[in-house]
Write a protein that binds this ligand. Structure first.
Ligand code: SF4
Length: 88
């Protein structure tokens, strides 16, 4: 899957919803991200709250710390997105 398709898949799953398997995998990924020093608070909470995975709400994977720069709510829900540090 191309990067654009991965991004669109994550945002679609975040905004519209996804199947149970994707939801469970998103929660597993989010628990890892929530403990990661690269995960950083952003402004996304005010604009796009995360109603089902609160532990990463408003956070992003900081490119300044070596991450991908992605907001985590859609990133963890993207089926083929990979953690840039291979944590998931
Ligand atoms: S995607 Fe990977 S590097 Fe980024 S915050 Fe999550 S665990 Fe950390």
């Amino acid at each position: 899957m191309s990067n654009l398709k991965n991004i669109l898949n994550g945002w679609s799953n975040y905004l519209i919803g996804s199947d149970q398997t994707t939801n469970e995998e998103a929660k597993r990924r989010a628990s890892i991200c929530s403990e990661c020093p690269i995960a950083t608070d952003g402004i996304h909470t005010a604009i796009l709250p995360d109603f089902s995975i609160k532990e990463i709400q408003g956070m992003y994977c900081s490119s300044e710390k070596g991450g991908c720069g992605c907001p985590l709510s859609p990133a963890v829900r993207s089926k083929n997105h990979n953690c840039p540090k291979n944590k998931w």
